[in-house]
Design a protein around this ligand. Structure first.
Ligand code: AMP
Length: 489
């Protein structure tokens, strides 16, 4: 079986005045979520009676045009951008998935990864379902469709109780928009308000892009049902325990996003400050690896008093997965993607900050680039702890054998990448940085339909191990047990 690991973005729009422009808003929202997936994209749109569906391989800016958006008229829309690592980009895996039956139409857009995909798929196949994709998200829509005769609410809650893993979902029928987040809230989902309507989005930057206001995050284990009456919220019964993904803050999310009450750029700056405190070094200049290392570099510079400089430029036009056939070519691509600003570097002792080391390719090449540009010393600092374990919940990390920190100690990595010194932030330091950014006050007013939301205050400030964050990639401790083959990687 092709293994499909998704890191995706989802959006949902509900226009209460029944204006038929939901697809246009969803399109702009998807543009802002493009960093979450560049392989394929899709929209499902309802005018209250019919659901139209469109999917294509490629970037949002490439695949939609006036005609496509013009043909997707309606006041409810869900959209998706997909990144997968199954090796082949195929339209069958593009989302949303749509299921049509005489009971009605359901569409699903999913960000996350199910750890019980295989047993669920087997169960569904044994009871007559057929699958058209290798995506675990198809299991979700098949389960909802199977239970739809019990009514939408029951179909959803029954489905959600059967699936295990991470899921931030946008679901729609002809008449309603629904959002749901897994009981650990591993992947993000937030609620926003636009004129005459509501938005659900993976990241608040998508709400900003369409002129909306962030209302709040969907809580772990919460379902919101949005229709003309507004937003109805309920918990789907499971015991919830917040374990949001740290890597969203470290690398994945856009810096202008506010996620679960934490402004992402602030979190990165704080990680840089902690890093400076934990592993300071005498140097002339601090630079960051664009884009996700820049926040931490700013924080490191502030805390250490060492001037910040641009130092490295990233080629804006190589954002997409580069299909390089060999490791050699992948390595060469770092030179095409990143280059040093010689005037910032020459003759200087440089502290360079990146958000993470995964395979070690980027850091090794970057150090070569800096030395070639005349750096006197290169001190590498990493604003996340060593990544030692694979992610099963939607971030694309390779198997342990390819994770340099799973195989080598820091000193060995330092030698391998050719740095004068190398240090990672500590686990406690990273959690301290995140917790220092948690906004105490509600972002906007408490949402009236929801009595007790799992608010910021519910995060336990009790250190790294019970801190409200999934740190599986660093510690190998996951929010739930791995099933079958997954545990063996
Ligand atoms: P590597 O070159 O394999 O050590 O990867 C480290 C670089 O990749 C860092 O610059 C990170 O910003 C970036 N990175 C970290 N995690 C991921 C990911 N899941 N997908 C793509 N790039 C990543």
């Amino acid at each position: 079986m092709d293994e499909l690991k998704d890191k995706c973005g989802v959006i949902g729009i509900y226009l209460s005045n029944h204006d038929d422009s939901a697809s246009r808003l969803a399109y702009y929202g998807l543009q802002s979520l493009q960093h979450r997936g560049q392989e394929s994209t899709g929209l499902a749109v309802s005018d209250g009676t019919n659901v139209e569906h469109f999917r294509a391989l490629g970037l949002v800016s490439e695949v939609y045009n006036k005609d496509v958006l013009g043909s997707l008229k309606g006041h409810i829309a869900i959209g998706h951008v997909l990144y997968s690592t199954c090796g082949k980009a195929v339209i069958e895996n593009a989302q949303p998935f749509v299921s049509r039956s005489k009971l009605g139409t359901i569409a699903v857009a999913h960000n996350g990864s199910l750890v019980n995909y295989e047993p669920m798929k087997e169960f569904l196949e044994e009871t007559g379902s057929t699958f058209t994709s290798t995506s675990d998200s198809e299991v979700i829509i098949k389960l909802i469709a199977k239970n739809y005769k019990k009514g939408l609410d029951r179909a959803l809650t029954d489905t959600i109780q059967l699936i295990r893993g991470s899921f931030a979902l946008c679901v729609m029928t002809e008449k309603v928009l629904i959002g749901a987040r897994d009981p650990n809230g591993i992947r993000p989902l937030c609620l926003g308000k636009v004129d005459n309507g509501w938005v659900l989005a993976s990241e608040s930057c998508a709400i900003d892009a369409i002129g909306g206001e962030l209302v709040r995050d969907i809580a772990p284990g919460e379902i919101v049902i949005i229709n003309d009456d507004g937003v109805l919220s309920f918990n789907f019964g499971e015991k919830t325990s917040k374990k949001t993904c740290v890597f969203e803050y470290v690398y994945f999310a856009r810096p202008d996003t506010i996620m679960d009450g934490i402004p992402v750029l602030e979190a990165r700056k704080k990680m840089g400050e902690v890093l400076a405190r934990e592993s300071g070094v005498v140097a002339d200049v601090v630079i960051g690896v664009p884009d996700s290392g820049l926040g931490a570099a700013l924080g490191y510079s502030k805390a250490s008093g060492i001037p910040y400089a641009m130092g490295i430029v990233k080629n804006k036009y190589i954002g997409r997965t580069f299909i390089a056939p060999s490791q050699e070519e992948r390595e060469a691509m770092v030179f095409v993607k990143l280059n040093a600003v010689k005037s910032d570097i020459q003759g200087k002792r440089v502290v360079i900050i990146d958000d993470s080391i995964v395979r070690g390719t980027t850091s090794r090449r970057l150090i070569q680039i800096l030395r070639k540009s005349g750096a006197k010393e290169v001190h590498f600092r990493i604003s996340s702890p060593p990544v030692k374990f694979p992610c099963y919940f939607g971030i694309d990390t390779p198997a342990r054998a390819d994770l340099i920190s799973a195989q080598h100690e820091t000193e060995e990595i330092r030698k391998a990448i050719g740095a004068d010194s190398l240090a990672f932030i500590s686990m406690e330091g990273m959690i301290e940085a995140l917790q220092s950014c948690e906004w105490e006050e509600g972002l906007v007013e408490e949402y009236p339909d929801r009595g007790q939301r799992a608010a910021k205050g519910s995060i336990s400030p009790s250190g790294a191990s019970n801190c409200g964050y999934c740190q599986g990639c660093f510690l190998g401790e996951y929010p739930m047990p791995m099933i079958g083959e997954l545990g063996k990687r």
